[in-house]
Every structure is written in structure tokens, then in C-alpha cells.
Design a protein around this ligand. Structure first.
Ligand SMILES: Nc1ncnc2c1ncn2[C@@H]1O[C@H](COP(=O)(O)OP(=O)(O)O)[C@@H](O)[C@H]1O
Ligand SMILES: [Mg+2]
Length: 348
């Protein structure tokens, strides 16, 4: 993931499995322990190590992070209160991807947007600059405190929401070209059987939202497996909207599944393995995201060429319509004239 993310490829890692099987443990683990660290601290460390190598070779880089929670099909910015007091301005972001409106204050409503060139992004989401592993660790720990976690019968600290940790990496490299990538680590909330669950009240409502969004995710995976890319129901839930690019287009995506060793979880393990098997049949189309001046110029030139050809087509259609109108006028005049001639030459 680090190799791809620092080469300009979008990448995504999704942890999936029944509740209590170790998704959060695998993703986070213990950030303070060298041995018990999860994937996210290891990815962060690898990322900065590689970027420091780039710096030694003359390149420059910038990393920004965001941490988002999908709770009961609503989005929350887990780094909202970790943001610096200064609101972001447009000049903060030299990258073509801009996730905040200029001057947007923290607490603004998060909206999922889809831009034809940029892809899916969350408007008003904080993107905080980081330079070291310790910056990431500090912000993660703030974000973790804001996360919806409850004690359930299956897990003492059960995540009641899906979380997506996002790195935005920009590398300016005169030799290999400027490129950027989005690296996402997704810790899904766990599926739980509604019939056998002992959750009640708010916990049961959360559980229904979790199961519903995981069902929507499975529906998208099945549609993608069937090759039915025009009708993938990504819009059914916030989670699937957020993951649509990672599942279907420009991303190198990995699914990590966790299983339970308990015999009681046999059926759930089978469902997880089936899900894993389905996702393995999906292909994405990862490309290197260049963003240097030359690339931006080329994108704009392509857009101008497209608009010009559309204008020419419109002009041709419009002139055809004018000609058709003139022709029908001449035609009807001609008929009137012919009728007048017929009447004049044959008065009886
Ligand atoms: N491989 C593991 N080694 C040690 N403890 C684990 C392991 N996997 C899970 N756990 C423990 O099991 C409990 C549930 O794990 P968690 O990661 O919260 O599950 P999930 O996120 O899948 O609901 C936690 O207390 C966690 O520390
Ligand atoms: Mg969890």
C-alpha cells in the first residue's frame, strides 16, 4: 500500500468481518507498542520513511489526513475538534482536490460529492497536514475519543460506526513528475445477527443501520461481480457512496477479512468467506494521478477541445434545423404556387 500510495496510485484497505473478530485490533492495535501495532501505524510509519527517502533524492511532498465516521448513515468528522483554529482557505490547497469550501468553518455539514475528474470526495471534511508518524498518532488518538463505541455482549468496545482514515499524499518530483494519491483505511463496523443479538433500544437501532449498510455494500459487490457496472446501487447508503471509487474505479483495493475461532460463529464465517470470494472477482482501473502543470494544462486543453467539438455539433444541428425550416417554407410556398397555377389554368 505504501509503495503504491507514494507512486501516485489511490489505494484502499477494507477490514470486514463479524463483530468482535478483530477488525479494529488489526487496523489500530496498540499504537504505543512496537509489536502490537496494527496496520494503520505501520502504514503511517512506512509512508513517512519512503517520503523521507524521496526528500533525500530532491523531491518534496505534502501529506494531509482526514478521519471520517459513518454512524447511523450520517457522516461525522472525527478530526473536527483537532483542527487548527484558523479556517482553511483556498490558497492552502495547491492540489486540484479541494475538500473544503473557501473559509469553511469546522462544524459545517459534510456532503458527499462526485466530481467527474476528481471522483468522490466529502465537502467540508477537515484535511490536516502531518509530517511525522507522531502527528498521525496524536490525531488518531483524538479521533478515537470521538468515535461511537459501546459495550455489547459480543465486544466490550464495539465500534458502532464505520470509520475511514484518509491520507492525501502529494509528491512533487522533477524527475518522475508530480503525482498525488488517496490512501484509505476502512474499519467497518461488524455484522451481527439481529435475531440472536441481545442489543436493545439505541444499540439495536445502530445494529440495524450497520447491517443495512453492510447489506448495501454486499449488493454493490454482487452488481460489480455480475459485470453490471451501470446499475451498481452505490447511492443506497453513505458508506457505499464513499467507497464507490475504491470498489469500482481508480484504486488498488484490498479486503481484509476477520473470522472467529468460535464454533458458534461458523455460519457468520461462511458469509464472510463468501463476501471475500465475491470481492476477489472485481477488477478496478488504477492509474497514476499526475497533477503537475503539464498535466493540468493537458486536462484543460482536452476539456476545451471537447467543448469546441460540442459547440460545432450544436452549430451543425442548429444550422440543419434552420435549413429544414427554410426548406419546408419553400416547399409549402411551392405547393401553394402549384395549386394557384392549377386553379388559374383550370378555373372550372
Ligand atoms: N489477534 C488478536 N490478539 C489479541 N486480541 C485480539 C485479537 N483480535 C481481537 N482481539 C481482541 O478482541 C476484542 C474484539 O476485537 P475488535 O478488534 O474490537 O473486534 P471488531 O473490531 O472486529 O468488532 C478486543 O478486545 C481485541 O483487543
Ligand atoms: Mg471494531
Amino acid at each position: 500500500m505504501v509503495m503504491h500510495g507514494t507512486t501516485g496510485f489511490n489505494c484502499c484497505l477494507v477490514a470486514y468481518g463479524q463483530t468482535g473478530t478483530g477488525k479494529t485490533h488489526t487496523v489500530h492495535g496498540d499504537w504505543q507498542s512496537q509489536e502490537q501495532r496494527g496496520l494503520l501505524p505501520r502504514i503511517s510509519e512506512g509512508l513517512f520513511e519512503r517520503l523521507e527517502q524521496f526528500r533525500a533524492e530532491g523531491a518534496s511532498w505534502r501529506v494531509r489526513i482526514s478521519y471520517i465516521e459513518v454512524y447511523n448513515d450520517r457522516l461525522r468528522d472525527l478530526l473536527e475538534h483537532a483542527a487548527p483554529s484558523q479556517p482553511r482557505t483556498e490558497s492552502d490547497s495547491p492540489s486540484p482536490r479541494r475538500h473544503s469550501k473557501p473559509g469553511t468553518a469546522a462544524g459545517s455539514r459534510l456532503e458527499i460529492r462526485n466530481h467527474p475528474a476528481v471522483g468522490v470526495y466529502v465537502e467540508n471534511l477537515q484535511e490536516l497536514p502531518v509530517e511525522h508518524l507522531r502527528d498521525v498518532a496524536r490525531l488518531v488518538s483524538k479521533g478515537e475519543k470521538a468515535k461511537k463505541v459501546e459495550r455489547t455482549t459480543m465486544n466490550d468496545r464495539s465500534s458502532r460506526s464505520h470509520t475511514i482514515f484518509i491520507f492525501k499524499v502529494e509528491v512533487r518530483d522533477a524527475t518522475n513528475g508530480d503525482h498525488m494519491s488517496t490512501m484509505q483505511v476502512v474499519d467497518l463496523a461488524g455484522r451481527e445477527n439481529e435475531q440472536t443479538s441481545e442489543c436493545k433500544g439505541d444499540r439495536f437501532r445502530e445494529l440495524r443501520h450497520i447491517n443495512r449498510s453492510l447489506f448495501d455494500l454486499a449488493s454493490c459487490i454482487h452488481a460489480l461481480c455480475d459485470g453490471n457496472r451501470d446499475h451498481v446501487p452505490f447511492r443506497n447508503s453513505k458508506l457505499t457512496m464513499l467507497l464507490s471509487d475504491s470498489l469500482a474505479s481508480n484504486s488498488r483495493t484490498t479486503l481484509l477479512a476477520t473470522l472467529t475461532p468460535s464454533p458458534a460463529g461458523f455460519d457468520e464465517n461462511i458469509l464472510t468467506c463468501r463476501f471475500l470470494e465475491s470481492t476477489g472477482r472485481i477488477t478496478t482501473q488504477p492509474v497514476i494521478n499526475h497533477f503537475g502543470a503539464a498535466e493540468v494544462q493537458k486536462t484543460l486543453q482536452d476539456e476545451i477541445a471537447n467543448l469546441q467539438s460540442t459547440l460545432v455539433e450544436e452549430a451543425v444541428i442548429a444550422s440543419r434545423q434552420t435549413l429544414l425550416k427554410q426548406f419546408s417554407q419553400v416547399w409549402s410556398d411551392h405547393h401553394l404556387q402549384a395549386a394557384a397555377w392549377a386553379i388559374a389554368s383550370n378555373p372550372s
